[in-house]
Design a protein around this ligand. Structure first.
Ligand code: SF4
Length: 408
């Protein structure tokens, strides 16, 4: 998957990020108010990124049972169980990759339940372990529309976070600094959106699987110039591929929307499966989750409250359908694959009738397969391959039949 040159740049950026991290350090959820933390002067660490690393390095299976022993159920978020298990065993893949002894010690722990309540359990575990202050942002959930009252609710909570952060740092938040960081977050997010949108082109220069690798900076370095520079470089590389008409998948015949979490321990094999079947996964809810169009540096708290509350995972079913439908049309998708991740129902959107509503609204087919973000006990290579290849064959057959009809 190291097809893109910018993946080399990514390696060095992540090396510097992890090895250069120094106190004061805040932990934050991936769609949490990182801009406030940076503006206060914290460096920021993201346990979800660590969870993904545990999955991608396939070490999660070693650690998850340890969390079960500590009383965490086998069917709850496997980021949580893998991460807590690794902590209890005093290990981290960061040691092997970057030579770091342990995950960074927090001075403040912050989460946003815009994605799930599990983050509260997870981050409070570490609050107790480190005897560290924990601040939770609890926005209204599952909204069809985000109202002014919802925004005001979250702004009040962000102000509370600022006052706790100021006490830890020992100085007030500088408004100019927050504006500057919001500007960088907005630029980074806009570039990330453009990167993903290069795959509107057929053949797509970027697949979902490339996106899962390239997305690290928009999560862990959002609000920094490093993030902006990185996505400028990625965008230039992809635009060049578009001009040359070079696709990520040789002989692209089918275009797929991926709904749900990645299977981190099978990223490569799934990328190969789709490529072998001349199928490009061109768009996903997951990678799109770090596009924050609403950021407005002139209204930092209000726009941050709005942007982080209106994310896909925090929306009602009608809004989710609208968002997916728009992307299906924009990226000219032929089929939707739902990953039913067994330990994250929050990111498994196939269980309440959405696949059927998508087919009714767009006429395109969907399929669901069982799996998990990092717990591979829930994933079967053989069954998934059979399911996905049959689905792709059906799409090809239908496309061919449609083409033949229109040329009769
Ligand atoms: S959204 Fe799912 S995967 Fe992410 S932290 Fe919550 S339960 Fe875990």
């Amino acid at each position: 998957m190291a097809r893109l040159k910018s993946q080399q740049t990514l390696k060095s950026i992540l090396h510097d990020y992890f090895t250069g991290m120094k106190s004061p350090i805040a932990w934050c959820t991936s769609a949490g108010p990182v801009e406030i933390l940076r503006a206060l002067g914290f460096e920021v660490y993201f346990p979800e990124n660590h969870g993904a690393l545990l999955g991608a390095s396939r070490t999660a299976e070693k650690y998850i049972p340890r969390a079960h022993q500590a009383g965490y159920d086998s069917e709850i978020c496997s980021y949580l169980t893998a991460d807590i298990g690794a902590w209890l065993m005093k290990e981290t893949p960061l040691t092997h990759v970057y030579g770091i002894k342990s995950i960074p010690t927090p001075d403040l722990i912050v989460y946003n339940t815009n994605q799930c309540r599990e983050v509260s359990e997870w981050f409070n575990f570490f609050g107790r372990e480190y005897d560290c202050p924990v601040v939770g942002i609890y926005p209204p959930r599952y909204l069809e529309k985000v109202s002014q009252a919802d925004v005001e609710n979250v702004v009040a909570q962000l102000k509370n976070l600022i006052s706790i952060g100021e006490k830890i740092i020992g100085k007030p938040l500088e408004n100019e600094k927050l504006t500057e960081i919001m500007m960088l977050s907005f630029e980074g997010s806009s570039l990330w959106k453009k990167v993903l949108e290069t795959s509107i082109h057929s053949p797509a220069p970027l697949t979902y699987f490339d996106g899962c690798i390239l997305m690290a900076p928009i999560v862990v370095l959002r609000g920094t110039k490093i993030c902006v520079d990185f996505y400028s470089e990625v965008l230039a590389e992809l635009e060049d591929l578009v001009v040359k008409n070079e696709g990520a998948v040789q002989g692209e015949k089918v275009r797929i929307y991926w709904e749900g979490m990645p299977v981190w321990g099978r990223l490569r094999s799934l990328a190969e499966l789709f490529a072998q079947n001349h199928t490009a996964v061109v768009v996903s809810t997951y990678c799109n989750s770090w596009i924050f169009d609403a950021f407005d540096p002139q209204k930092p708290l209000e726009s941050m409250a709005y942007a982080y509350t209106q994310i896909f995972i925090n929306r009602g079913e009608n809004s989710k359908l609208k968002m997916i439908k728009k992307l299906i049309e924009l990226f000219k998708v032929d089929g939707v694959v739902f990953h039913d991740s067994k330990t994250c129902f929050n990111n498994a959107n196939n269980r309440f009738g959405l696949p059927k509503r998508i087919t009714d609204a767009t006429g395109i087919d969907t399929i669901s397969f069982d799996g998990d973000l990092v717990d591979l006990r829930f994933f079967s290579d053989g069954q998934t391959r059979t399911k996905l290849e049959t689905f792709i064959e059906q799409i090809k057959y239908k496309k061919q039949a449609k083409y033949s009809l229109s040329h009769d």
